[in-house]
Structure formats: structure tokens, C-alpha cells
Design a protein around this ligand. Structure first.
Ligand code: IFM
Length: 442
């Protein structure tokens, strides 16, 4: 008997996403390397080290894996500190290296998407004050101009900045990312400079490559008030949503940055997105808590009934993904899901997480919303920032000491989705039968 299939449109991009510092290895000239050397900064004292040894050439075998399992796109980032190791020096060898990787993608039939800033900054930039210094806007623009000029023959999908909201929150409010500050004013300043830098980059890229498609990747987390009857829980929910989800994006739509009712005009930022990049992982509940003064009195938790990942870092809330897509589609631009995934070393939760999220994605695609592709985070386990190697997001597992890869069941599950360009009854039946009747009601 023929079984139901949730079909995706022809040409849909199916890929995985990675970031330079997380996979390249031997990345020693940026702020994350310096951060890793400080005691107590990274869980278990882990270091990125060789990471997945992409700089040493293992990108080839990993991209072979991607293509053999049906993927047709890959999102990576380039490392500013390699390309511009000092303010007055450009490293042509590094650019050649990226040319080779991007050419390698094209040769394999993988559409490249290139991120220009993914959390790391050159040490020299941090010595100048990093993203708090207004000069960063021009400095980033020079780096972008040089890189796009060098790489334009190999890519035309560009992400200017990955998760600026995570960068300014984790680095300047929560303090888990370098420079480890707890200062809301600095965070707002950094956000403002990132908006200006994104805008400058957008215009520069289009000048160099008129056919380019440019966006940024928004980390969207849905927030729900834990006690809906509580005005305080609702107030902190509103604040978290405004600061994390809306501030950056709204400025690109209106040309005015709204920081809790204080406005700054940034007119050059208006209309600087050809697509919207969405990174969705989870949904959380917000509660007002006097003991959480360091976090604007906000305490986060997960819905009680939600399935949690192994370390409790993420909850499986696929409806939040649909909600995010529904919110973003109203902007009227194409959407690319630039990240989605879960940490799960044993691969017990990932199959369910994956099929439920792809099902929500299909619901959105089926409603004819303009969604162009999906990049799963990630291809192979990689260095997970302040959580070190304690979290495993890869379809493939990795032992960083031996560089041995191993195939998780989710590899085959995702391959089935990519090959069929669909989520089918058979696939769900095979890999996540516990949700079959929910996804394919009789
Ligand atoms: O690994 C990160 C990535 O660098 C940015 N988005 C979230 C991922 C998982 O934590």
C-alpha cells in the first residue's frame, strides 16, 4: 500500500552547518583560543585543539560524507584571524585554502553558504576593544570586502554575522563567551556596532557581487511566560523576546534600533536582507526571579513535558520552530534555516527531534511560505564553545583524540530525507516509530 510522503519543492537545499573555529583546529590567533587557555572558562578544561582537523585537510572526507548521504549544500564560516592575522597583513595562503575548500564543495555538488563572522575575533581586534570600539564597523567591512572579492567566484550565499544576539548576550551579559563581561550597556553598544557592520557588509558585498544573496543568522528562541497569570513572568518574557529575538531584526526592518523604548536611527541598516537566516533549537519558559539579578531577574526553564537532551541543554519543542517560521514569513523575504539540531551523543533523542522539526518545516513549506533550505547543526561533532566537547551535535560522532569518525543512526535518517527530498511514512516508521501516529495520523 502506498504510504504518505511530505514532499519538499524541487531545488530545496538540504545541508549541514559548521563554523571555522569549531571544525578547523589549530586556530590560535583569535579570542576563543585565548579564552580556552584561561582556567575555568571551558567545561572540563577542554580545548578546541585539532577540532575536526579541517585545516589539516579532513574537510575532504567530511564533505564526501555529506554528499554521499544526499546533502546538496553546506554552510561554513571563514576565520577572520587567519585571513587578516594582523591589521596590515592579508594572508593569501589562507584565502587559497578557503578557495580550495569552496571549490571542493562545488566539485561535490554542494552549494556553499559562507558565514563571515561566527563568534571569533582576531586577537588584534580585541586589543583595540573588540566590538565595543566603533572602528570595528569599518574594520569588519574591510575584511568582508577583501574576502568576498577573493571568494566571489566560489559562493554567492553570504551570512554576514552568525547569531549576533548570542554574541552580545553571552559575551557581555551572561559572560560565558569572551570577553566575559556583565554589562548591559556594553551589550547594547556591541549590538549597535554589529547592526552597523552587517549593514556595511551588505552594501559592500552587493557592490562587489551584484548577484549575491546576503542575510544574517538569527538565533531565535521562543519564550513563553511560565505562569501565564503572572504579570512579572510576562514582563520578563517580553524583555527577553525584545532583547534576544527582535532588537537586531527589527532594526533591519525599520532603520531604528529600539532598546527598551530608547531609539537610535540606523537608516543604512534598512532593507539589508535578501533572505532571513533562522537558527532554531528550542523554546523556553521565563519566570521572574529576584535571585537572578545578574540576568535581568529572568530565570529560564523548559516545559515540564518536553523531552530534554542528554545534558539538559535543549528541550524538544518542534512547535516553536513552526511558530518562528510563521513569525518570520510575514516579513516577506525568503527564509533559510541556517541551523537546527540537538546535542545527543547516544543518538537516542536526535531521530525524534529531527523528524518532528522536519515535519514542522514541511507544514510551513506546504503553506507556500518561501523557505529555501535547511542546514542541520552539525555534520560531525565539533568544539562546542564554553561547553567544550561535552556536547555532541554531529550526525557523525568524532573522537577528537584519534580523529576517528563514527556513523550515528541519524546519518541514515537524514540521508533518507535528503535523498527523497521528503519526509516519508517509511522513514518515520523506521527511525522514530514513537511519533509515527502523530506525524501521520490514520
Ligand atoms: O555550536 C553552536 C553554533 O556555533 C551556533 N549556534 C548554536 C550551535 C549549538 O550550540
Amino acid at each position: 500500500m502506498p504510504r504518505a510522503v511530505y514532499q519538499f519543492p524541487r531545488g530545496f537545499l538540504w545541508g549541514t552547518a559548521t563554523a571555522a573555529h569549531q571544525v578547523e583546529g589549530r586556530n590560535t590567533n583569535n579570542n576563543w583560543y585565548a579564552w580556552e587557555q584561561q582556567e575555568g572558562r571551558i567545561r572540563n578544561g577542554d580545548r578546541s585543539g585539532l577540532a575536526c582537523d579541517w585545516w589539516g585537510g579532513r574537510w575532504k572526507e567530511d564533505l564526501d560524507r555529506a554528499v554521499e548521504t544526499g546533502q546538496n549544500a553546506h554552510r561554513l564560516s571563514i576565520e577572520w584571524s587567519r585571513i587578516q592575522p594582523t591589521p596590515d597583513h592579508w594572508d593569501e595562503d589562507a584565502l587559497d585554502h578557503y578557495r580550495e575548500i569552496l571549490q571542493g564543495m562545488t566539485d561535490r555538488g554542494l552549494t556553499p553558504m559562507v558565514t563571515l563572522h561566527h563568534f571569533t575575533d582576531p586577537l588584534w581586534l580585541m586589543e583595540l576593544g573588540g566590538w565595543e570600539n566603533p572602528d570595528v564597523v569599518g574594520l569588519f567591512d574591510r575584511f568582508v570586502a577583501r574576502s568576498v572579492d577573493a571568494l566571489q567566484a566560489y559562493a554567492n550565499l553570504w551570512v554576514t554575522i552568525n547569531e549576533p544576539n548570542v554574541y552580545y548576550h553571552a559575551g557581555y551579559v551572561a559572560g560565558g563567551f569572551p570577553p566575559g563581561k556583565h554589562n548591559l550597556q556594553s551589550a547594547v553598544l556591541v549590538a549597535q556596532h554589529m547592526i552597523r557592520a552587517h549593514a556595511a557588509a551588505y552594501h559592500t558585498i552587493h557592490k562587489i557581487q551584484p548577484t549575491a544573496r546576503v542575510g544574517f543568522a538569527l538565533h531565535y528562541r521562543r519564550f513563553l511566560a511560565r505562569r501565564t497569570w503572572s504579570p512579572l513572568d510576562r514582563a520578563v518574557r517580553w524583555m527577553a523576546d525584545a532583547f534576544m529575538n527582535r532588537m537586531f531584526l527589527d532594526t533591519l526592518l525599520t532603520g531604528r534600533m529600539n532598546v527598551f523604548g530608547r531609539f537610535t536611527r540606523i537608516l543604512e541598516a534598512r532593507n539589508t536582507q535578501d533572505f532571513i537566516g533562522l537558527n532554531y533549537y528550542t523554546t523556553s519558559l521565563t519566570a521572574f526571579d529576584l535571585r537572578a539579578a545578574g540576568n535581568a531577574f529572568l530565570r529560564e526553564s523548559y516545559p515540564r513535558e518536553a523531552l530534554l537532551s542528554e545534558t539538559g541543554f535543549l528541550a524538544n519543542v518542534p512547535e516553536g520552530f513552526f511558530h518562528a517560521l510563521n513569525w518570520l514569513r510575514k516579513i516577506g523575504k525568503p527564509i533559510v534555516v541556517t541551523e537546527n539540531g540537538v546535542e545527543d551523543p547516544s543518538d537516542r533523542m536526535r531521530p525524534q527531534y529531527l523528524v518532528e522539526h522536519i515535519h514542522q518545516l514541511w507544514r510551513a513549506v506546504n503553506a507556500a511560505w518561501q523557505i529555501k533550505g535547511y542546514f542541520h547543526w552539525s555534520l560531525v561533532d565539533n568544539f562546542e564553545w564554553e561547553r567544550g566537547w561535552s556536547q555532541r551535535f554531529g550526525l557523525w560522532g568524532l573522537d577528537p583524540a584519534t580523529q576517528k569518525r563514527f556513523r550515528r543512526t541519524s546519518v541514515d535518517l537524514y540521508a533518507a530525507i535528503c535523498h527523497e527530498n521528503a519526509l516519508s511514512w517509511d522513514t518515520v516508521h523506521q527511525y522514530a516509530p514513537q511519533v509515527l501516529s502523530r506525524l501521520f495520523p490514520e
